[in-house]
Design a protein around this ligand. Structure first.
Ligand SMILES: [Zn+2]
Length: 360
């Protein structure tokens, strides 16, 4: 019996032959181009970068880690080996070079390469919270306060002290926290009202214009503080405590109506931006608001921290708090925090930046 031809096999073989006839010439024609495909090109550049990094005295591990970081950040394309040698020639240290390669954009790097060695940059780069995007602001602030340490300059720029009041403002999303931070660049929602406000007794509060309210924990500690002061023959009361957004709005517009915009900016807070809206701040008085030199003030300065209260707007710190000194304005933050702030002699702004923001 005659064997039936295997058409299926023949068809497959024919197809393979046709494909080879078409593909082989294309491969031959494009051979030159194919040999220059970007992967190989990149690999050469990659090798050059590694080679140059070794000339900057990095150890094996350091080179490995730099290359890994550059890859991870997809920055390999932005770097050329001669950038590295040029930075080295200018006199930058190896830490600075690594920082520049890893963190600066190509434009920023090029700008830097066109400038002389920058000693300030070398020092700023070592500071933990250094942010190159804010570098021009550091330098401007440094010109204004040449004696300030660079760490302090970085911190102050983070606190936005160089910006106009209310610029680049952020919302404090956790106003219930006893460490909520409100200032000229941080506000709380207009509808916020603490749910543990308690009415204050006449013994502790001047309720002449209406009964003052305070958050319960702050109130308990205020009572203890006043009792302790009374035992030493010192008398003072809470004069202004919690204010709602609406009340603050009225106060602010009345103040603004009667004062210059400069005074308003320094003494009053826009609605949403006042610590009194947190329900933990108190303006303390003894007939008048207490002031430096008053025995009540001296007592509070010495003892308030033991009850969890801090003097919020101190003399000499106006540049950081952005408020004129208010000797009568105290704020409850809890005993632990108040103790630390008292011992270190820092502002709540600095405390918040160093200890609260970092935890997030
Ligand atoms: Zn106040």
């Amino acid at each position: 019996m005659k064997k039936k031809p295997n058409y299926k096999l023949r068809r497959t073989v024919a197809l393979i032959i046709i494909i080879l006839i078409i593909v082989i010439p294309i491969l031959i024609i494009n051979r030159a181009r194919i040999s220059r495909i970007p992967v190989l090109h990149k690999y050469k550049e990659y090798k050059e970068i590694v080679k140059t990094l070794y000339t900057v005295d990095y150890s094996n591990d350091e080179v490995k880690s730099i290359m890994e970081t550059l890859n991870k950040k997809k920055k390999m394309d932005e770097i050329r080996y001669d950038y590295i040698s040029s930075l080295k020639e200018k006199g930058y240290s190896k830490d600075t070079i690594a920082y520049i390669l890893i963190n600066l954009s190509k434009t920023e790097m090029t700008k830097l390469l066109n400038k002389k060695y920058d000693k300030d940059l070398e020092e700023y780069i070592k500071i933990e919270d250094f942010d190159y995007d804010k570098y021009d602001r550091y330098i401007a602030y440094q010109k204004k306060y040449p004696k300030l340490k660079k760490e302090d300059i970085v911190l102050r720029i983070e606190l936005k002290v160089d910006l106009d009041n209310y610029d680049d403002a952020e919302e404090e999303k956790n106003p219930d926290s006893l460490l909520a931070y409100v200032n000229k660049h941080r506000y709380i929602n207009k509808d916020y009202e603490p749910d543990d406000l308690v009415e204050m007794d006449d013994k502790y509060s001047n309720n002449y214009y209406g009964v003052n309210r305070l958050r319960s924990e702050a109130y308990e500690h205020f009572k203890e503080m006043v009792d302790a002061a009374n035992n030493e023959g010192i008398y003072f009361l809470a004069d202004t405590t919690y204010r709602s957004f609406d009340t603050q709005e009225t106060i602010y517009s009345n103040y603004a109506y009667e004062h210059t915009s400069e005074e308003t900016s320094l003494y009053a807070a826009r609605p949403g931006y006042s610590e009194h809206e947190l329900g933990t701040a108190i303006d303390v008085s003894n007939v008048w608001y207490i002031e430096e030199g008053d025995e009540e003030y001296e007592w509070i300065k010495r003892n308030a921290w033991k009850y969890g209260y801090i003097l919020r707007y101190k003399k000499g710190k106006e540049e950081i708090t952005k408020y004129a000194a208010e000797d009568w304005h105290i704020r409850y933050v809890g005993v632990k925090t108040a103790t630390l702030i008292h011992n270190k002699g820092i502002t709540f702004d600095e405390y918040w930046y160093k200890y609260v923001r970092k935890d997030k």
